[in-house]
Write a protein that binds this ligand. Structure first.
Ligand code: ADP
Length: 300
């Protein structure tokens, strides 16, 4: 029996793509698509030629996150053409194929696998520096196929996104073991929504002394910190929104021998950028999440 012609075709198609990064998560709703979308925006802003492929077939959120709702894909003799946000940022998603965004995709495994295969084989990206792939959450039948298809290419590996709670991290352990079993390299784990950060300067805390004198504590704390650390640019108050009794993603990554790429705070402005289909890197309000994402990208 000769080599699988589909795998050969995927390998051929991916030859013109330098780096392929898969974004995975154990659960839905942890920010996988947000990380995939913002990573693509960031790479494109670094003048890289970028493709973002959304194969989260049952919940394609990439069109909205890239500001491309209602767009359609076209076919040329070279294959399916992505929809372009910028000249150097192309996007492909099943969301572009659904006549109604509220329509549920109720497909059985083989049909989903067929479409994923077609996306990998038939989209004409041209020469790319990076292809970022937003995968479905979990470790389903589709993941076995995705891993098998991507092994036909020299895939760089997977970024696994989680939130801090033990309940999410249990599923990430499964995801890590899955990758190890199917031979998919792990680029690292990202902890998203880890703490709500707000600039301390935006708070006004009052402290009342015994003699009734009222003091503005924040200002004093900031002044003390600035005297001690003159290089300090900003100070944040951080609220742990989720209970992370198990020690969080960093400890889990260490225990399982995979790299930890960093934390992204819970940032209402990042959520707004995602809702509006914008890059958080050009939004001065998104400073804390954008700089966290930049630090993560440097490690990938
Ligand atoms: P997933 O792809 O894992 O299902 P999404 O990326 O769709 O998750 O994110 C779920 C929701 O959480 C979205 O509304 C998104 O805007 C929001 N979100 C993700 N990460 C953050 C964050 N760090 N701060 C605030 N909101 C976030």
């Amino acid at each position: 029996k000769g080599p699988d012609p589909d795998l050969v075709a995927i390998g051929e198609r991916m030859k013109s793509i330098k780096h392929k990064i898969l974004v995975l998560s154990g659960k839905g709703g942890v920010g996988k698509s947000t990380v995939a979308a913002q990573l693509s925006f960031a790479l494109a802003a670094m003048d890289k030629q970028v493709g973002l492929l959304d194969i989260d077939i049952c919940g394609p959120s990439v069109p909205k996150m890239l500001g491309l709702e209602g767009q359609e894909i076209h076919q040329s003799n070279l294959g399916w053409s992505p929809v372009y946000v910028e000249d150097n940022l192309g996007v492909m998603s099943i969301g572009f194929m659904l006549p109604d965004p509220d329509e549920a995709v109720i497909w059985r495994g083989p049909r989903k696998n067929g479409l994923i295969k077609q996306f990998l084989k038939d989209v004409y990206w041209g020469d790319l520096d990076y292809l970022v792939i937003d995968a479905p959450p979990g470790t389903s039948d589709e993941h076995i196929s995705i891993a098998q298809y991507l092994k036909a290419t020299n895939v760089d590996g997977a970024i696994i996104v989680t939130t801090p709670q033990e309940i999410a991290i249990i599923d990430v352990r499964k995801e890590v073991n899955f990758c190890k079993k199917v031979g998919l390299p792990i680029l690292g784990v990202v902890e998203n929504m880890s703490g709500l950060q707000q600039p301390l300067a935006s708070f006004e805390f009052k402290m009342v002394a015994d003699d009734g004198e009222e003091k503005n504590v924040t200002k004093e704390v900031l002044e003390q910190l600035q005297t001690r650390c003159p290089d300090l640019l900003s100070v944040f108050a951080c609220t742990e929104v989720f209970y992370a009794g198990g020690g969080g993603a960093q400890k889990m990554a260490k225990d399982m021998g995979v790299p930890f790429l960093g934390c992204i705070p819970l940032d209402p402005q990042l959520s707004k950028a995602a809702e509006d289909g914008r890059s958080c890197f050009i939004d001065s309000q998104c400073k804390s999440s954008a700089s966290a994402l930049q630090r993560i990208i440097k490690k990938v």
